[in-house]
Design a protein around this ligand. Structure first.
Ligand code: ARG
Length: 246
């Protein structure tokens, strides 16, 4: 397995070697994070990350295989060699960076909040939610989950396995607020305007980047040069415009 493979000098082998050798580029991601990775009506995976993954595989001249993985276990899955790269809009955090290497950020976002309309008069920012009378939720293991503990320690804190569950709890009023990255929150709120309000001013700074196993600088180098190429030749902008409103 590539995760533990060593060459003769006992140096870890780059994922690039196993990708080229096997002819397959395996990407790990967790669908449901709009518009980066989600399923269309036929159940096919679509989104910003999916288009980038397809283009990366094409640029390497190999086939793409997507491995869907729960967010909570996505770093261990990378480290045990289930796939070569994490592509799920992962925020570069200093704690995660102790366990994986990140390529350069491909986009920057921040946490925003969806609240139920019934609290919209009183809640104008995360500061107002830092109160035991409010219940605030997030997807397990996300930076939204971390932000609740850090910025709203006095609120009641709930965690859900999927973002869809957390968002629906706010729609049906069982939970007051859901904390998540701006892009999925903006898309969800625009579809549920009658029940929720989006506090759309980000209150954190979050560069998103692709993650590889620690020490794999060859792969980091390949990704950074790939990103520079598509940002320079206009391909990145074309893919971006397909998935994000300008
Ligand atoms: N940016 C956030 C984080 O790093 C959320 C990413 C969630 N991604 C996903 N594919 N569900 O925790």
């Amino acid at each position: 397995v590539s995760a533990v493979a060593k060459d003769n000098d006992d140096q870890p082998v780059s994922a690039l070697d196993s990708i080229v050798k096997s002819g397959v580029f395996k990407v790990g991601l967790d669908p449901g994070y709009m518009p980066f990775e989600m399923r269309d009506k036929k159940g096919e995976l679509i989104g910003f990350d999916i288009d980038l993954a397809k283009d990366m595989a094409k640029s390497m001249g190999v086939k793409l295989e997507i491995v869907t993985t729960a967010w909570d276990g996505i770093i261990p899955a990378l480290l045990t060699g289930k796939f070569d790269l994490i592509m799920g809009g992962m925020t570069v955090t200093q704690l995660r960076n102790l366990r994986v290497n990140f390529a350069d950020p491909y986009i920057v976002v921040g946490q925003t909040i969806i609240i139920n309309k019934k609290v919209a008069d009183k809640v104008k920012s995360y500061k107002d939610l830092n109160d035991p009378k409010y219940t605030v939720c997030a997807k397990l293991g996300t930076t939204g989950d971390i932000a609740i503990s850090k910025y709203m320690p006095n609120a009641k804190h709930r965690q859900y396995e999927t973002e869809a569950e957390g968002m629906m709890e706010v729609v049906n009023g069982r939970v007051d607020a859901f904390v998540y990255d701006l892009p999925p929150n903006a898309i969800f709120a625009s579809k549920h305007k009658e029940r929720v309000v989006h506090l759309e001013e980000p209150f954190t700074f979050e560069p998103l980047a692709f993650a590889v196993r620690r020490g794999d600088y060859d792969f980091v180098n390949w990704i950074n040069n790939y990103l520079q190429q598509i940002k320079g030749d206009g391909k990145y902008q074309v893919i971006y415009n397909k998935w994000f409103e300008s």
